[in-house]
Design a protein around this ligand. Structure first.
Ligand code: 7TS
Length: 421
């Protein structure tokens, strides 16, 4: 089946990467699974980590381990400097106006819950509307549903079409003076669609709504400039960008953060505590209660270094050429249906194979050393839209190769034989 996918291929001027050299930086890739070379194609779930990230964690625990912002001793000063250095790197990486706008969280999920809880508590009332899209991850659905339940606000949905593209022509009808917040995913984990977030932001701002963009999948694949985008909230997780699990951040405009109440109370987020009254710390610390995940923040910094050194545009170009190759093979593969064929897409090949349940596919591919994901990808409304219980999903990162994609298609051919289809 031919689709309308027009995946950009790298232009002549783009830096070409030495993928073998990059692969050598990822020790985990050099292994066999069930006697076959590992082809790790589950990067939308989590990416692998380069040696520099792993070493930064070891270095921290062997040389610098201490609590931050508190001690006057050398270890605490070094730990604090490295911790805050990651904030500076992130500030530059997304072009935030100030480090005060970068709040460390456990990841995307916690960042969205922080906004729904803190900003939501202050800005959402009965009858207000929150607009999200049909292709959101559960973490950009459930916190808003919970907020609606608490406040009596109404959740509305931007529809999508059969290609898995948002129907932006519906935006003018959906947006109104009642809309307080629009939540939209930048790069869909279930479909690979890249959404035109700038257009959505402009239209939302025109009715006075704030916009939260879920960048969990985006920051390892797209160039993001939060000021140019004029986004109010941007959230992500380090573990999808070659960094550690359990850490991510919330970017928000300083003026909005200043007005938001704290999310959690405790150490570090206060200026002065008495039993009568507590005053809160300045940004960004007002939103970072308790001892933070120091080691993984430092590891996150090493992951940003890796992306910057490798060059995000060159990485994106390589991944686009992998996706174009895989899409071409999929179109020639009898019985395969692609789920998500947006014109503008990246990194994700979601599909079903006639006659084989995605979970069985996942298991058979694993026996051939190929790691993909099978399931609803925490985007059940997407599955409901396409009328499938689950999809199989391959997702690419900078270290993947065409021969790994061939290995996947060989394994898929094997699966067809096993199931006689
Ligand atoms: N938003 C999107 C678009 C995601 O892809 C994910 C995780 C999240 C939010 C939540 O991120 P977390 O780090 O807070 O868990 N997506 C996936 C996935 O596709 N497979 O496993 C996790």
């Amino acid at each position: 089946m031919k689709t309308n996918v027009q995946i950009k291929t790298p232009s002549q001027q783009e830096k070409t990467l030495d993928i073998n050299r990059i692969r050598k930086q990822f020790p985990i890739l050099d292994q066999k699974v069930h006697g076959m070379p590992l082809a790790y194609l589950d990067n939308a779930a989590t990416t692998q980590k380069p040696a520099s990230v792993i070493e930064s964690l070891t270095h921290y625990y062997t040389r610098d381990n201490a609590n931050v912002h508190r001690g006057v001793h050398a270890l605490s000063e070094r730990a604090t400097a490295d911790y805050e250095n990651t904030r500076k790197k992130l500030c530059q990486f997304v072009n935030a106006a100030s480090t005060r706008e970068i709040i460390f969280t456990r990841g995307t999920t916690e960042a969205i819950n922080l906004v729904a809880s803190s900003w939501g508590q202050q800005n959402i009332d009965e009858g207000d509307e929150i607009l999200i899209s049909h292709m959101e991850h559960h973490s950009n659905i459930v916190p808003w549903q919970m907020l609606c339940e608490r406040t009596g606000a109404v959740l509305k949905i931007i529809p999508m079409n059969e290609q898995g593209e948002l129907q932006l022509e519906c935006l003018d009808d959906l947006l109104s003076q009642k809309t307080r917040l629009v939540g939209v995913v930048h790069l869909s984990n279930a479909l690979g669609t890249i959404n035109p977030v700038e257009i959505i932001i402009k239209k939302a701002h025109a009715v006075g709504a704030k916009v939260l963009v879920d960048g969990a999948q985006a920051l390892a694949h797209l160039n993001v400039d939060v000021q140019q985008m004029d986004v109010d909230f941007y959230v992500t997780s380090a573990h999808k960008m070659y960094g550690p699990t359990g850490i991510g951040f919330l970017y928000a405009k300083e003026s909005i953060l200043e007005d938001m109440p704290p999310y959690q109370g405790g150490g570090d987020m206060i200026r002065m505590v008495t039993f009568e009254k507590t005053t809160y710390n300045e940004l960004p610390y007002k939103f970072e209660a308790g001892t933070p995940n120091i080691a993984d923040v430092i590891g996150f910094g090493a992951a940003i270094d890796f992306i910057r050194q490798t060059d995000i545009d060159a990485m994106a170009a390589h991944e686009q050429s992998l996706l174009a190759y895989a899409t071409g093979r999929a179109e020639d593969f009898e019985g395969m249906r692609l789920i998500g064929t947006a014109v503008d897409k990246a990194t994700v090949l979601s599909f079903e194979l006639q006659g084989v349940h995605p979970h069985d596919l996942g298991t058979i591919l694993d026996r051939q050393g190929v790691a993909i994901r099978a399931g609803h990808h925490c985007a059940m409304p997407v599955m409901q839209f396409f009328g499938v219980p689950a999809t199989a999903r391959a997702s690419f990162a900078v270290y993947n190769t065409r021969s790994e994609i061939d290995q996947m298609f060989d394994a898929l051919a094997e699966a067809k034989k096993v199931f006689g289809c």
